[in-house]
Design a protein around this ligand. Structure first.
Ligand code: ATP
Ligand code: MN
Length: 294
């Protein structure tokens, strides 16, 4: 539990961020302090992109990469060259509850870490499978996630699954930092092909929407340079206040992603999903040769 001194100051605490849920900035910062123990391990050392919504979810929202110029000096950053933008970008690195709550006070409603850590920015440490089911077909996403987890299990690759807080799911595999992003993307592409061969009615690797036939596209580009993934326990900047939440593989078929919200998640932290994700980060594996042979 956070001590008061470790939590950033809250300005304009009564400002409504999720009006439909009557969640104020004070409430949101309290939420972040409550989930920090589970969430910060997935932020630590990672360049962070945030979605800010200064007037709450009903107002305008924008992705922010570069740290705000008025950030206090104790907010850590890592600078990444961005040749295309013509300048370097200093990203926030959130290593503690104080920085997390400072971000909350800035109305950073979504937290999107990079799959790399600051001491080795050119070697990703997470393989991500982004599952985007068609609108209103969460069940299709669940079926795909189960197939992805089966294939990963065959490959002896420990994985976690979480809702995105949006319409789909993310499967995440912590990996040793050996491969360049290009090579990891090729491995993610091989994984997608294996899943598509196993469940051809559910999954496609076809980019053109017209050729997908209602199937779910597994897009390996989520593993490229500059990719991000919404953090577990991050809310989404949408009116329902849904949160990206770890779920155990065994209960995937029974879940309703709408059940995981800013209101409910603090009470669900000792469940099987969060428990699985608490140890997952330490279970790094090498990408097996089968995914690298092409
Ligand atoms: P959903 O389940 O609704 O698809 P999602 O988080 O997977 O939610 P996607 O649109 O599939 O959303 O995006 C996958 C990831 O790519 C996001 O989690 C986010 O980190 C990143 N992303 C998406 N849009 C942007 C953007 N405009 N700028 C930076 N990163 C983005
Ligand atoms: Mn997605």
């Amino acid at each position: 539990m956070a001590t008061p001194a470790s939590v950033a100051e809250v300005t304009r605490p009564d400002k409504l961020l999720w009006a439909d849920l009557a969640i104020t900035k004070r409430d949101y910062v309290d939420y972040l302090a409550a989930v920090a123990g589970a969430m910060v391990p997935w932020l630590r050392g990672r360049p962070l992109t945030v979605v800010r919504a200064p007037d709450g979810v009903g107002g305008k929202r924008y992705f922010q990469k570069a740290v705000s110029s008025y950030a206090p000096p104790w907010v850590r950053t890592v600078t990444i060259p961005a040749p295309s933008a013509g300048r370097d970008v200093p990203y926030v690195v959130c290593d503690d509850v104080r920085t997390l709550t400072w971000l909350g006070n800035q109305a950073s409603l979504e937290l999107h870490p990079a799959p790399v850590r600051r001491d080795r920015l050119d070697r990703p440490d997470l393989l991500v499978v982004d599952i985007d089911p068609p609108e209103g077909a969460f069940d299709a996403g669940v079926a795909v996630a189960i197939s992805v987890l089966e294939v990963l299990d065959d490959l002896r690759m420990p994985a976690g699954v979480k809702t995105t807080g949006g319409k789909g799911l993310h499967v995440v595999v912590p990996i040793e930092r050996r491969l360049e992003p290009e090579t990891l993307r090729a491995a993610a592409s091989s994984l997608a092909s294996i899943v598509a061969e196993r469940v051809p009615d559910l999954v496609t690797v076809e980019f053109r929407k017209a050729d997908r036939d209602g199937r779910v596209l597994l897009d390996p580009s989520r593993n490229g340079t500059g990719a991000t993934i919404v953090a577990p326990y991050s809310p989404r900047a949408r009116s329902e206040g849904t949160v990206s939440f770890p779920v155990p593989a065994a209960s995937l078929a029974e879940i309703d992603p709408g059940d995981y919200t800013l209101r409910t998640v603090p009470g669900l932290l000792d469940g099987d999903g969060p428990r699985r994700w608490a140890t997952l980060e330490g279970e790094r594996v090498r990408i097996p040769a089968r995914l690298l042979d092409g």
